[in-house]
Design a protein around this ligand. Structure first.
Ligand SMILES: [Zn+2]
Length: 419
């Protein structure tokens, strides 16, 4: 209850701090626009009607009369972050202020209660609620499973094809497949989804290999560890243990998979942080910790090779599975991507430009350029020097509204916690 009160308070506090729709200009700011271009110091960004209208050198950009000017000297501006693997239904509405305070202005929801998600989405769109843009799958398409919710249970190819039409009729943005879907039903679903032009995101079903899923034309593959689990199950598998399967992926089998993934345009969302938090950080048993730690390190190695090979990768945290924390754990994922050999710029793009490319929305999101929605994060320190500086948030701009987060954290959090 106390937690609920705290977050309700924060929602109200955020709404109170947001400014009305007056035009906004951030001046003297260093812009890291997300395109991969070098940081541009002493810039001005002008925002009106929720969109970026001008970006350029401070002395060259004209600020219209009546614009609210925020002097952002010494600060760094990046595009709003997008978590490409989250579960809002599990996280509940408590997640919204956390996401925004952490600069996460977009979420790809990977399976949940469609009616609830749509209620939240329309409340956010109509400004009754402060929250991120939501792209959602609705119910998972899965095989028979005990004790789980928000599933569309599918057993046969016919049911799979019907599921595609049912979900399309409900207006989902994409389809999320989970691991108990029988292989024949899986391939039928992908085939039908292609015909209906609906992307499919996949937690690999047992007995389907990553290579088969990539060749079938899935849009994205989720969770790095599913590469090995399914290497154990693939036809003609030689690995007998998870450790052997990891080593296979680190060898020629992995290289072949990465080449296929690039040829097929398959995206990966490794959720390294979900494995780390789920299996390593919460492990209390020394016996089980060591092998899990080894796998976590190899996960990072696999993503290093995948990235080096040129496979397209996006950042996702898998909140709130495994007790992942909405918002916070996306920053942990960015740090892990840097550990896996990404430059800080590439890690930022995994949560900004890449999601926009994946979603076909580069004209709307993902970069700081005129015409894009004004979802921005103003940082106190340079994230290109150290990716952990993405946590040093001074303010978030959401749809053109300025939320100076520091001013609500100190006293208002304390007051709320006392209740
Ligand atoms: Zn998930």
């Amino acid at each position: 209850m106390r937690k609920w009160l705290l977050f309700s308070f924060l929602c109200c506090a955020l709404a109170a701090f947001a400014q009305k729709d007056s035009p906004l200009a951030l001046t003297h700011v260093t812009v890291i626009d997300g395109t991969g271009a070098p940081a541009q110091p002493d810039s001005t960004v002008v925002i009106a009607q929720g969109h970026i209208t001008a970006v350029g050198p401070n002395d060259a950009v004209k600020i219209p009369a009546g614009t609210r000017v925020v002097d952002a000297t010494g600060k760094f501006l990046i595009p709003g972050l997008c978590d490409m693997h989250g579960h809002l239904t599990d996280a509940t509405e408590d997640a919204f202020p956390l996401l925004i305070m952490n600069g996460v202005t977009g979420v790809r929801d990977m399976g949940g209660d469609l009616a609830q998600l749509d209620r939240w989405r329309s409340e956010i769109d109509s400004r009754q609620r402060v929250g991120p843009h939501i792209i959602r799958a609705g119910p998972f398409v899965d095989g028979p499973k005990e004790g789980v919710t928000n599933r569309l249970t599918v057993r046969t190819p016919e049911e799979a094809r019907r599921a595609v039409h049912d979900l399309k009729a409900k207006g989902v943005d994409f389809i999320k497949v989970h691991n108990a879907l029988p292989p024949e039903a899986f391939f039928a679903l992908i085939d039908e989804a292609h015909k209906e032009h609906i992307p499919v995101a996949v937690h690999l079903p047992k007995n389907v290999s990553s290579a088969e899923a990539s060749d079938a034309g899935v849009a994205s593959l989720e969770h790095v560890e599913t590469l090995y689990e399914n290497d154990l199950w693939r036809k003609g598998a030689t690995a007998k243990t998870i450790e052997q399967a990891v080593d296979e992926i680190l060898g020629p089998i992995g290289q072949d998979l990465f080449q296929r993934s690039m040829k097929n345009g398959t995206w990966y969302v490794p959720t390294l942080v979900a494995y780390e938090r789920g299996f390593v950080l919460w492990s209390k048993d020394p016996e089980s910790l060591k092998p899990r730690l080894d796998i976590h390190e190899k996960n990072i190695e696999v993503i290093r090779m995948m990235h080096k090979a040129g496979v397209q990768i996006m950042a996702g945290s898998d909140f709130s599975d495994w007790g992942m924390v909405p918002g916070v754990d996306l920053h942990n994922e960015l740090a892990l991507l840097v550990e896996a050999g990404f430059t800080p710029m590439e890690a930022l793009q995994a949560a900004t430009l890449n999601p926009a490319i994946f979603l076909g929305k580069t004209d709307t999101y993902g970069t700081i350029q005129p015409g894009r929605v004004a979802d921005l994060v103003l940082l106190n320190m340079n994230p290109l020097e150290d990716i952990s500086h993405t946590r040093k948030i001074h303010a978030v701009v959401l749809g053109g509204k300025f939320y100076p987060l520091a001013s609500i954290t100190a006293q208002s959090l304390q007051d709320a916690a006392k209740q």
